[in-house]
Design a protein around this ligand. Structure first.
Ligand SMILES: Cc1ncc(COP(=O)(O)O)c(C=O)c1O
Length: 485
């Protein structure tokens, strides 16, 4: 187990059995939403203090489906329009200030809009602009830097998003192994490609969210219960009988950024299974690289994946962020150029590896290393988690708080923990429990806290002790007002 001294952000790996005991108790118990009178007050905040956001997003609904362009912005009761971001704070279009634990969905470990990176981006824009379509030296600098942090990445191909990187990784794995099947943990998110809108959010849901996706696209995708090596082995055996598994893809701290945590040695055991069955191991480090440390989850667990997916973090949150790296003989399948040799796995993307993304990523990663940002953000995550646990104990709530460094989970409705092993409960409680976290998200927001879907918080280097303590006061003001507190 790696330590803070070695640059890793998890000070103590979660006690997975204990967390599941608490989470199972949470989903078995009746819901404890915010008291109705209080919830009305919180909702009134949006009507009185967020008028400009309402106006703008109402207008946006006429030209943008749902009024926003990204799923994480769909907040209840309506999306906020953000005007300014800096460090640990966001300001909305009405001038309200929030402590920002969304951090753009994870990538801004240095805090939002970090000036030293921004300045390098400006300088680049003044010389060559955002894109030329030709090679720029900073592509080389970024690839070399990533290789230094993650030695399993012998070669690296930059792409436009995590989704694209996953698509490319699977294509390369299939081209290399000549096998078709891909296995993922139920509930894990690996982007929105046709083949991986499968078993999203809740294990066992298979094609539930695969609207608009032909059945054939999911034909070679399988899911296993996220903590079950036995289930994975069974799937590997079945697949062996029908041509074999090209790859097993994991979020290496567990589905949904560790919302369903996995045992410390899980990735190592999956590595062994992949070797036994001749499948490639893909780590999806879109969130864990470089939140867990500059070596990512692979450095933290000391497990060498064949392929690694990187996403929004490799550009420090600047656009066009994604890439796949790994064993040279596999990544070489993407030999460049127009036209193929027959051996080539096709990848494309006009703006892949544009100099803007690469310079932003190179500078952001160097700054993260220089400032020890993953560890500092991890300490903020520890402080936030300890504080939340103290509030939960103080008010005798059934809620569960835990963290993997700067990834903090606060489960109040337990919706993400429902699964098909209890189908009746799943069918009956999915909607109300989902609505409850929407309300919790709104209640936090009305108290000046932005979270990811009301249940996850990403801390950053900008979160000082004072900021975390201020956030905890606001969390307490909400959590002390749930039913029965
Ligand atoms: C673990 C993981 N994989 C893949 C993706 C998809 O990345 P993108 O949104 O850049 O397509 C995400 C996005 O949040 C993610 O968290």
């Amino acid at each position: 187990m790696k330590t803070e001294q070695q640059g890793y952000s998890i000070s103590q790996y979660p006690d997975v059995d204990e967390i599941y005991r608490q989470l199972n108790a949470l989903v078995a118990a009746p819901m404890r939403p915010v008291r109705r009178d209080r919830m009305q007050e919180y909702l009134a905040y949006f009507d009185t203090s967020c008028r400009r956001s309402k106006e703008l997003t109402d207008e946006a609904k006429k030209v943008i489906p749902g009024g926003v362009q990204h799923n994480l912005a769909f907040n209840y009761p309506f999306p906020l329009a953000v005007e300014r971001a800096e460090g640990a704070y966001l300001w909305d279009a009405d001038g309200n200030r929030y402590i920002d634990f969304l951090q753009a969905g994870g990538p801004t470990i240095l805090g939002s809009n970090y000036a030293p990176v921004r300045e390098k981006v400006f300088a680049l824009l003044q010389t060559c602009g955002p894109v030329t379509g030709l090679f720029h030296e900073c592509e080389l600098q970024l690839a070399r830097l990533i290789q230094r942090y993650m030695p399993a990445i012998e070669m690296f191909r930059m792409l436009g998003s995590g989704t694209e990187a996953v698509m490319a990784a699977i294509r390369a794995a299939r081209a290399y192994t000549k096998k078709k099947y891909v296995l993922k943990a139920g509930g894990a998110y690996h982007g929105w490609s046709d083949q991986l809108v499968y078993g999203l959010h809740i294990p066992g849901t298979g094609r539930l969210e695969a609207k608009g996706i032909p059945r054939a696209s999911s034909r070679y995708t399988g899911e296993f219960f996220p903590t079950s090596l036995a289930a994975l082995r069974r799937q590997l055996i079945v697949n062996r009988l029908r041509g074999g598994t090209a790859a097993v893809i994991l979020e290496p701290i567990g589905p949904e950024s560790g919302t369903r945590p996995i045992p410390f040695d899980f990735c190592a055991r999956v590595r062994e299974l992949c070797d036994e069955f001749g499948a490639l191991l893909i780590f999806d480090e879109v969130v864990t690289g470089f939140r867990l440390g500059m070596g990512g989850a692979q450095g933290y667990f000391s497990v060498r994946p064949d392929l690694t997916i990187l996403g929004k973090c490799i550009t420090g949150g600047y656009p066009m962020a994604g890439g796949v790296g790994g064993r040279a003989e596999v990544i070489q399948r993407f030999a460049p150029g127009i036209g193929g040799t027959g051996e080539r796995a096709y990848v494309g993307g006009t703006l892949s590896a544009n100099p803007l993304s690469c310079v932003a990523g190179y500078q952001a990663l160097l700054e993260m290393e220089r400032t020890n940002a993953p560890v500092i953000a991890g300490r903020a995550g520890d402080r936030l988690t300890r504080g939340l646990q103290a509030i939960i104990t103080k008010y005798d709530l059934p809620f569960v708080a835990f963290n993997q460094g700067s990834i903090v989970h606060l489960e109040t409705s337990g919706v993400m923990l429902l699964d098909f092993r209890h189908p009746l409960r799943l069918l009956k409680e999915l909607k109300p429990r989902k609505h409850m976290i929407e309300e919790m998200g709104a209640a936090y927001m009305a108290n000046g806290l932005v979270t990811l879907a009301g249940s996850r918080m990403y801390t950053s280097m900008a979160d000082t002790d004072e900021i975390i303590d201020a956030a905890l006061e606001r969390f307490e003001s909400v959590l002390s007002n749930v039913e029965g507190a």
